[in-house]
Design a protein around this ligand. Structure first.
Ligand SMILES: Nc1nc2c(ncn2[C@@H]2O[C@H](COP(=O)(O)OP(=O)(O)OP(=O)(O)O)[C@@H](O)[C@H]2O)c(=O)[nH]1
Ligand SMILES: [Mg+2]
Length: 269
């Protein structure tokens, strides 16, 4: 299935310990966008998600549930990558947004995603902190230098002119996400969601995004976890379309034959 046009967008919100940040994320998106453009909000939770976060999700549903489809999904696959992968399967929108609920992904950017998505429905619209108008606020200095070097190296390695491949803030055509065979379950899935489409030749549009350090809760990604991105970058570099796409589901007519050999009927499988 191909995405021919932008109809509406599913917003995926993985949550561990955010409360007011989750609320501000949802409310900003509601305030700044046409309700017709928002298919739904899926709040992704796991057994480690705090009761306070769950309560916030419940309040949002109570307050906005009559006008917006907002629901909580209990993930079954582990970790944040697992949550997002389930979100891709559940999404009903023509497009789907990968973001956080800790306000490190500025919800005001969604408006730009939708604007560009309407013009270029087949492309991935991605936020870049390294573009004019974007930036970093409260980012660890060592991490910042490492990030710049990694961004440049990875762009060269993949022959693309993207400036921020590691920022987990993008809007994708949902059908594309469903067709891809994902492998990562933890934070490296964020990088994988850029690298596999790049290998497929999907075009990207970058819009500026301002990253601001979270003011509540804790990152689930330790400093040394960042080194796992090297492995992801290497593992995806030489994949072909055949490696990346899921095997197609073959639908064919099957004849049910009883033991005596008489044809009993037909069924679609
Ligand atoms: N449902 C669910 N949400 C998660 C899980 N791990 C993290 N999250 C949420 O996913 C979002 C991104 O996670 P963070 O740990 O902040 O990751 P990050 O901001 O990309 O990484 P850093 O920049 O290194 O902090 C946050 O809103 C988290 O609460 C998980 O296992 N399950
Ligand atoms: Mg974060």
């Amino acid at each position: 299935m191909k995405t021919k046009e932008f109809k509406n967008v599913t917003i995926l919100l993985p949550v561990m310990d955010e409360t007011y940040s989750l609320r501000e994320t949802v409310e900003t998106i509601i305030k700044e966008n046409d309700p017709a453009d928002i298919a739904e909000f899926i709040i992704l939770v796991c057994d480690r998600t705090t009761q306070e976060s769950r309560d916030t999700a419940g309040e949002l549903i109570a307050e906005y549930g009559d006008r917006y489809r907002i629901y909580v999904h209990e993930q079954t696959l582990p970790f944040v990558g697992g949550a997002i992968r389930e979100g891709f399967i559940l999404a009903k929108g023509s497009h789907v947004v990968l973001m956080s609920s800790d306000l490190e992904t500025d919800p005001r950017v969604i408006r730009d995603f939708i604007r560009h998505g309407k013009e270029h429905p087949l492309r991935i619209i991605t936020a870049s902190r390294w573009r004019d108008g974007g930036g970093f606020e409260g980012y660890n200095k060592i991490k910042l230098v490492c990030n710049l070097i990694f961004e440049r190296a990875i762009a060269m390695f993949y022959f693309v002119d993207l400036t921020d491949i590691t920022y987990a803030y993008r809007m994708f055509p949902t059908a594309l996400m469903r067709r891809i065979k994902w492998t990562e379950l933890k934070h490296p899935l964020f990088l994988e969601t850029a690298l596999k489409p790049i290998r497929l030749g999907v075009k990207f549009i970058e819009v500026p995004g301002h990253w601001k350090a979270r003011t509540e809760g804790e990152s689930q990604n330790g400093f040394f976890d960042n080194f796992k991105y090297f492995k992801t970058a290497w593992n995806n570099r030489f994949l072909t379309k055949k490696d990346i796409f899921r095997a197609p589901v073959i639908k064919k007519k099957m004849q049910l034959i009883d033991l005596t050999g008489d044809t009993q009927g037909e069924e679609n499988v």
